[in-house]
Every structure is written in structure tokens, then in C-alpha cells.
Design a protein around this ligand. Structure first.
Ligand code: UD1
Length: 427
């Protein structure tokens, strides 16, 4: 098996450019189903999740060609299936993003029911309740969700219990051709939702209010293919800021994203003692003093992103003092803490609160990525730990970070991917 091996304590410096946002690219790819013809997507990250979404689209009948490393040509004129099988949904929950587009294009969809994953149950009840309000009927049969809109999709007001990113996106996409206007109340406000709405509007949709809690979608007859550039990945940018200016204290320039998309993260990091200079699509970050403990609670955007929680916990684990991290979005996202304990951290979990007592230093150890962001945060911990850290289950990291190891190497880190024998399985 392949692991990432990190040698701690080497000074880093330099600049890194982030890729297009994973969480945007996946939904934009799904949205091309809505505009039959040849669509071009640029700044698409070359990561495992994008490859899975490519397979989903191909399985529906689309032609997906990689033009350059970050450019996709997606011809959706030949899409003639509305069924997404379990072996793909099981690999990536975001495959359910095709539900809305398939309902809008064909009036029906069959999507395998997603299971749980390492960060919690991740239900889709809000997607289903919202779509039902628009006239979509559902049947769950042998693990598949069968959706059909026998009388078409009809606009109405849908109030979400929680500002779910995935439910907001599926509702927007399902209602682009609806009769009348759909109002999504308590909609998610993430920058990736704005990117999706912008692309759909470029295709000819009528969507107002994306980025605010109330989104209005007025149905149109037809959408046309587009050429669209994916928004920069704020979470990849935040990860590098946490990994360098944050934990190692070295000066770093991060380019290719909008600093406003990391608003609260940067503010909290400043409170921790990290100096942040905001520029045009870039941030210069560094730290000279100790890391100060600061309480964090994750919330939907513009709150502190759950996708930055593990990296921030890693940072706070070596702060001078104690603080509390509250996870409000995903119930099982503290699994990272037990891996970090193996490196000498002192973190006490109580329900959805983590009490983080800062320690003087971390020690290198063999650890296992619990999920995508937790995996990146373990590599980050290895950068300052004494000795060598070996991170396994790195397929999680490959899902969402393009060239993570190579980018860290270019900044001066002693980090590499190495093959090690598979551990013996004891029955
Ligand atoms: C997306 C992001 C993920 C990010 C998350 C929150 C993608 C591919 N993934 O995930 O990286 O961490 O937003 O910012 O874009 N929930 C329900 N019922 C539902 C839908 C959600 O109970 O029908 C719950 C989930 O289990 C979770 C919370 O609501 O506890 C938030 O989920 P949601 O915002 O929908 O996240 P995703 O779209 O799955």
C-alpha cells in the first residue's frame, strides 16, 4: 500500500497556487446534463472525486474528454440514461448531485441511495422533502431512489430545516425548467453555490439571490452549453495557510482563490496570532509568536467551514493554552482527534465539543487518514512533529487535493509517497 511519509522540522517557504474548488467542479459537471451539447469546464482539479463524477456522466451517456490537465469537454447531447449505479454513488456521495439535473431533463431519475461515510450518516431527507414539494414522487426500492415527476416540476416555496449545500444545489438544478418560480428559503450560501448559479445563468437560467438565504429560480424552457471556469478552492487555500503560516510558522503566499471566501477562517487565524495580508486573489500569511488558543464552532457559510475543522484542530493542538472546538455540521468529524492523540496531542471529546489542551510539541507516529480533511491535517501535523510520521489511507487525501505531496515538496517539506507492505490481516 502507499503511504505519505513526512519528516518534521524542516523550514518551509514559498508560494502555492490552489486548484479549482472540488465542491464546485463536481456540481458544475453534473449541471452540464441540463444543457445538452458541448460544455467546457476550465480550472477543474485533477482529483479522484472528479474522475468519479466523470464516470457517472459517462454512465449516463455523456462524452467526457480531458483537454488539458484542468480542462474538460463534456458533451451531454447523448445523455440517454437517468440511472446512477451504486458502485459509483458508494465511491462518492456527491454523485447524488445528478438527481436534480436528471429530474429537470427527463422528469425522472434512479440514483442509488448513498450510505454513511466516515464523517457521519449524511442523510438526503432534505433533498427528498424539497423535491417532493416541487411535485417529484419518490420510491425507495432495493437501495435505489426512484424519482419521477409525472406532472412536471412546479415552482413553490421550499424551506430547508438546515442550510444544506447538497439539498440547495439539487433544488436549484431540479427547478431550472419548472413551471413558475421556486423559492428556496434558508438556502446554503457557500461560494460554490454562487458558482453553480452563475454557470446556470450563463446557460440561460433565471436564478436570483444565490449567496443569500433566499434563492429564486424561475423556470425557462431551454439551457444552452457554456464555457465556464471553476471558482478557486478556498479549502485547499485554507489547508496550506494552516499547514505553513499556521503550524510551521513559515511565510507563505497562496494564490488562486478569493480571500473573502475564507472570511471567518482568516479572522480566527489572525486571532490565533497569524499575520494575514489579503491581496487580489491571494493571501500572504506568516506567524512569529506562539499560537494563541481561540474557540471555534463550525457552521454553514459564512460561518467557520466544517471542511477546515481538522486542520484548525491540528493547529490548536500546539497552541499555548486551551480552547473548545464545536462541530455543528457533521456528527463524526472528530475521528481525526484520536489519530492526532497518537502524535501526543491532548484533546478531550465531549459530544460535539472537543476541548483542545495545547501541548508543547507533537511526535511522529504511524497514523491513518480518517477522511479527506483529516488526512491532510495529519500530514500537516507531521510537518512539525519530532521525527517521522507515516500517514496511511491516503486515498482520502487524493479525493480532494491535487498534487498535495508535490506542492509541499516545492515549499521545502521533506515529504514523499512511499510503498510499504500491506499490514497482515488478523481474523
Ligand atoms: C457539502 C460538501 C462538504 C461540506 C458540506 C458542508 C460537497 C461535495 N461536499 O457536503 O465538503 O463539508 O457541504 O459544508 O460539496 N443533512 C441532512 N439531510 C439532508 C442533507 C444534509 O440531515 O438531506 C445533514 C448532513 O448529514 C450534515 C449536514 O446536514 O450533517 C450538512 O450537510 P450538507 O450541507 O448537505 O453537506 P453536503 O452537501 O453533503
Amino acid at each position: 500500500m502507499e503511504v505519505i511519509r513526512v519528516e518534521g522540522g524542516h523550514p518551509l517557504s514559498g508560494e502555492v497556487t490552489v486548484e479549482g474548488a472540488k465542491n464546485s467542479a463536481l456540481k458544475l459537471m453534473a449541471a452540464t446534463i441540463l444543457a445538452p451539447g458541448v460544455n467546457y469546464l476550465r480550472n477543474v482539479p485533477n482529483i479522484a472525486d472528479v474522475h468519479v463524477m466523470g464516470k457517472v456522466l459517462k454512465c449516463l451517456g455523456a462524452k467526457v474528454d480531458v483537454l488539458g490537465v484542468h480542462e474538460l469537454r463534456i458533451d451531454t447531447s447523448s445523455v440517454d440514461s437517468w440511472e446512477t449505479p451504486y458502485h459509483l454513488v458508494e465511491q462518492m456521495r456527491a454523485s447524488t448531485a445528478v438527481l436534480g439535473p436528471l429530474i429537470a431533463r427527463f422528469g425522472k431519475a434512479i440514483v442509488a441511495m448513498p450510505g454513511g461515510c466516515n464523517i457521519g450518516a449524511r442523510k438526503i431527507d432534505m433533498h427528498i422533502l424539497g423535491l417532493q414539494a416541487l411535485g417529484v414522487e419518490f420510491n425507495i426500492d432495493h437501495g435505489d431512489i426512484h424519482a419521477s415527476a409525472p406532472h412536471g416540476v412546479t415552482g413553490t416555496t421550499v424551506s430547508l430545516d438546515f442550510a444544506s449545500v447538497g439539498a440547495t444545489e439539487n433544488l436549484i438544478m431540479a427547478s431550472v425548467h419548472a413551471k413558475g418560480t421556486t423559492v428556496i428559503d434558508n438556502a446554503a450560501r457557500e461560494p460554490e453555490i454562487v458558482d453553480l448559479a452563475n454557470m446556470l445563468n450563463e446557460m440561460g437560467a433565471h436564478i436570483k439571490g444565490a449567496g443569500s438565504p433566499v434563492i429564486e429560480v424561475t423556470g425557462v424552457d431551454k439551457l444552452s452549453p457554456v464555457d465556464h471556469t471553476v471558482v478557486g478552492d478556498r479549502i485547499e487555500a485554507g489547508t496550506f495557510i494552516a499547514a505553513m503560516a499556521g503550524i510551521t510558522g513559515d511565510k507563505l503566499t497562496v494564490k488562486g482563490f478569493e480571500p473573502l471566501h475564507l472570511g471567518l477562517v482568516l479572522k480566527k487565524y489572525e486571532q490565533m496570532g497569524i499575520s494575514i495580508e489579503r491581496g487580489d486573489r491571494e493571501v500572504v500569511a506568516s506567524r512569529s509568536g506562539d499560537i494563541r488558543p481561540v474557540d471555534i464552532q463550525t457552521l454553514p457559510f459564512p460561518g467557520f467551514p466544517t471542511d477546515m475543522q481538522s486542520q484548525t484542530m491540528c493547529l490548536l493542538s500546539v497552541a499555548k493554552g486551551t480552547c473548545i472546538i464545536t462541530e455543528n455540521v457533521f456528527e463524526s468529524r472528530f475521528m481525526f482527534a484520536s489519530e492526532l492523540q497518537r502524535m501526543g496531542s491532548n484533546i478531550v471529546i465531549k459530544g460535539h465539543h472537543a476541548v483542545v489542551h495545547g501541548v508543547d510539541g507533537l511526535q511522529g507516529a504511524e497514523v491513518k487518514s480518517p477522511d479527506l480533511r483529516g488526512g491532510a491535517a495529519l500530514v500537516m501535523a507531521g510537518l512539525v512533529a519530532d521525527g517521522v510520521t507515516t500517514v496511511s489511507a491516503i486515498h482520502h487525501i487524493d479525493r480532494g487535493y491535487e498534487g498535495f505531496v508535490e506542492k509541499l515538496q516545492a515549499l521545502g517539506a521533506k515529504v514523499e509517497r512511499v510503498q510499504v507492505p500491506d499490514p497482515e490481516i488478523v481474523e
